[in-house]
Structure formats: structure tokens, C-alpha cells
Design a protein around this ligand. Structure first.
Ligand code: 7TS
Length: 407
């Protein structure tokens, strides 16, 4: 049963009106944006365009109010305790780099253990690899099993004695949803700080950072119907207080003299310079849109689509699928190969039929090495996708097989 009216939802997205033939199956890269998000940004530029936290004049106050209101929406969406714990960033990548610089550089020492997993996106892999190199710390990697899930026994044994644990909530390749509550609990017992990459989970499921018990949680606006160039970092207040700033400049100070500087209170200590104001306001509008749909409904809809896609794609004989085969173990990401055809060729043929999928290593090279595959094709779903889109994908793949005379 489809819970949401997909045709109605789709009509909110101008991109589909302007591309009537488009079947967009690449939301894990970036989602499309509904009109209310675009309008919220336009309204800022056309009606109250001014810098925030500076002017005492009317439009600056209005801009500041909308910008801070959006922060409150973000806080509410991820269930953080206080607005002080929500830092605007450019997205997941910057959020994780902020933690690496602000926390890692200060508190990780020679010989410390940093634990990540083999399914990490480069954004949650390279910063820790580089920090470990600079600090002479140990980088320990949790492996996956044949279902594309983290090995249970390694979660326990490898986190033992760790200083920092950085894990994705959902994999952008396998789709696997990791049990972050369990991982954060073990990390806490070991006295380690936990960093969760929520880029692929926040758009699709209920997030409660307090229930998860994580110390940091990173996410991007553009994957959840919001604009590019804006995202968030949740950080536990006490930890954010203990950290050094990431960027220095305007707005992040309380006082500067020739001799020294003092930092602004949270969250502004980590928000140097003029941030993307229109985008922050658009981010708030995206959260309003998702909240109206109901994030639980979004999750159910995608689970149903994923289940349908797994069953339909399984009928194609030369198709290999990677990651869990059960829809309740994953987000709406299906990564596959048509044996005998390079994924780029598959995507090129699909494009002829208006289908947009992603191919390559999806910024997860260590995972592709682990699976011993070069490149893969990936279809990912969101609120505007329907079973009809899955049918088109299946038809396109059968066509590719025919053209290449395989399958
Ligand atoms: N973490 C995960 C799990 C991701 O999937 C991505 C982006 C990022 C971090 C980085 O997010 P950003 O907004 O800072 O760029 N993933 C993808 C993808 O799968 N295809 O394109 C981008």
C-alpha cells in the first residue's frame, strides 16, 4: 500500500514539469527541491535580504529571525536538546571535518585508536585516516559480512579501548542501516567519542540524537529536499564547549584585542563569517515540507519501493545486487551490476530513456576494493518516486541486456 500521493508530491517539484520524461533515481547524490524551498530562498533575496546578527534595522532583524527559526526546525527534526548544539555547515563533509579539526586535533594523541568501518563514504574515511597519520594514531576498520552488514563481533572487539568511533548511519552504496544506538552505547562504555554520518539517514527516517546517545551527528540539506551549501552538525554541548574553533573570523568571537581573542558562545563559536543565509532558510522550508509528509510515512513509502525493486530486479538473471536483500535492513538505495556490461554503459543506455542513476565508486573506494568490484550502478529513491519508476528501470535494464546481447 502506497501511503503518500506521489503524483501530488511530484507536482510540487518544478524540475519534473520542466523535464517531463525524467525518472530521477539519484537522490542519494542530491535530492530535487520542492517549490516551497525555492520560494523561501527567493523570498529572502527579494523581501528581506540583509546579513544576520548584525543590523538593528528591520530587514536584518527579519533575516535573523528566519535564519534562527530554521535552526530551531533542524534541532527539532533531529531531536537535539538545545539550539546551541546545532551548527550550520556546508554539509556532512564540512561537519565531519569540523569534528576532526575541533575535537580530533585537540584530543586525539599518539597511540590512540580511531575506529571506522569499511562502508564509509570518503567524507567519513579520509579525515580520520589523515588525522591518524598526523597523530600517529591507529586507524581500525570494522569489516562487513556477506550481507553487507557490519560484523557484530568486530563492533565489540574493535571498539574496545577506542578514543573515537566514526560510523555512517546508512551506507550510500549498500544502503545498510547500522545500529547506531548500539554502537554509540559500546563507544560510551569504552570512553570513546562517537561521530555519526547521517547523510543518508536524516532524509529518510526518524532521527533522535538523544536516543542514539551519539556525541556528534552530521548531515546535508541537499539530500533532504533542501538547498546545496547548507547542512548541520549536532554536537553535545559539553564537547562543543571543550573544542577549539574550526574557522576563525567574524561572528565567532566575543572579543578581540591585539593580544588575544575570545570565542563567541555556542553555536556561533563554530560559525565564522557570513553563512549561506538563503540556504539556511530554505533548509527550514525543506524540514517543514518533510514534516508535513511525516518522516515515518517517507520511511514506509521508501521501504515499500525498495522491497518492490529488490523483487523486480532479482528477476533479471545477470544482475548482481550488493548490500542487504531485505528492505527493512536498508534505506532506498540499490546498488547493482549487470554482469557483462560496464555500469557506465548501463547508465548511458538508461539515460536514453530519461532514467537518471549514478555509477562509479560513489566516493566509497575502500568498500569497492573490499567487494573486489571496480564500479557499480546505483538507483536511489525518495518521496517523488513510484513503482512506475522501478518498472521503467527494469525495462531499461532489459533493453541494455538486449543491446549488449547478454542476460
Ligand atoms: N556521507 C555519506 C554517507 C554520503 O552518502 C555523502 C554523499 C556524504 C557523506 C557527503 O555529503 P556532502 O553533502 O558533504 O557531499 N554521498 C553522495 C553519493 O552517494 N553520491 O553523491 C554524493
Amino acid at each position: 500500500m502506497i501511503i503518500m500521493n506521489i503524483e501530488k508530491i511530484k507536482s510540487d517539484f518544478p524540475v519534473f514539469k520542466n523535464n517531463p520524461n525524467l525518472t530521477y533515481l539519484d537522490s542519494a547524490s542530491t535530492s530535487q527541491r520542492p517549490l516551497p524551498v525555492i520560494e523561501a530562498m527567493n523570498e529572502y533575496y527579494t523581501s528581506f535580504n540583509a546579513n544576520v546578527h548584525r543590523g538593528v534595522y528591520k530587514i536584518s532583524e527579519e533575516a535573523t529571525e528566519k535564519y534562527e527559526k530554521a535552526r530551531e526546525k533542524v534541532r527539532n527534526f533531529v531531536c537535539a536538546k538545545s539550539d546551541k548544539e546545532i551548527i550550520y555547515t556546508r554539509g556532512t563533509t564540512e561537519s565531519i571535518n569540523l569534528v576532526m579539526h575541533g575535537y580530533g586535533e585537540k584530543f586525539v594523541n599518539s597511540g590512540d585508536k580511531i575506529v571506522i568501518t569499511i562502508m564509509e563514504h570518503h567524507s567519513n574515511f579520509v579525515p580520520w585516516q589523515q588525522l591518524a597519520k598526523r597523530k600517529n594514531a591507529k586507524l581500525v576498520i570494522i569489516d562487513i559480512n556477506e550481507n553487507g552488514e557490519l560484523k557484530e563481533d568486530e563492533i565489540k572487539t574493535k571498539i574496545k579501548g577506542a578514543k573515537l568511533v566514526a560510523v555512517s548511519h546508512a551506507s550510500n552504496v549498500l544502503g545498510t542501516i547500522n545500529n547506531v544506538s548500539e554502537i554509540c552505547k559500546i563507544a560510551k562504555e569504552e570512553g570513546a567519542v562517537s561521530v555519526i554520518d547521517g547523510a543518508q539517514s536524516v532524509p529518510h527516517m526518524k532521527i533522535d540524537v538523544q536516543k542514539f546517545g551519539c556525541d556528534f551527528f552530521a548531515f546535508s540539506g541537499h539530500k533532504m529536499l533542501g538547498p546545496t551549501g547548507i547542512g548541520g552538525l549536532y554536537g553535545r554541548e559539553e564537547l562543543l564547549e571543550s573544542m577549539d574553533p574550526f574557522l576563525y573570523g567574524g561572528d565567532m568571537i566575543s572579543e578581540v584585542t591585539v593580544e588575544k581573542s575570545e570565542w563567541n558562545y555556542l553555536p556561533y563559536k563554530f560559525e565564522a563569517g557570513t553563512l549561506p543565509i538563503a540556504e539556511a532558510i530554505g533548509f527550514g522550508a525543506a524540514i517543514d515540507y518533510l514534516s508535513k509528509l511525516g518522516i515515518e510515512n517517507v520511511y514506509k513509502h521508501e521501504k515499500e519501493l525498495t522491497e518492490y525493486a529488490i523483487s523486480k530486479l532479482s528477476e533479471i538473471k545477470n544482475l548482481s545486487m550488493y548490500g542487504p536483500k531485505k528492505a527493512d535492513k536498508k534505506v532506498g538505495v540499490i546498488t547493482f551490476n549487470l554482469n557483462g556490461i560496464h555500469s557506465h554503459d548501463v547508465a548511458t543506455i538508461l539515460s536514453e530513456y530519461g532514467l537518471a542513476i549514478r555509477t562509479g565508486h560513489h566516493c566509497a573506494m575502500p568498500l569497492h576494493d573490499r567487494l573486489q568490484i571496480g564500479a557499480t550502478a546505483r538507483a536511489s529513491f525518495y518521496v517523488y518516486n513510484s513503482k512506475e519508476d522501478v518498472n521503467k528501470l527494469v525495462a531499461g535494464l532489459k533493453e541494455a541486456n538486449k543491446i549488449f546481447k547478454v542476460g
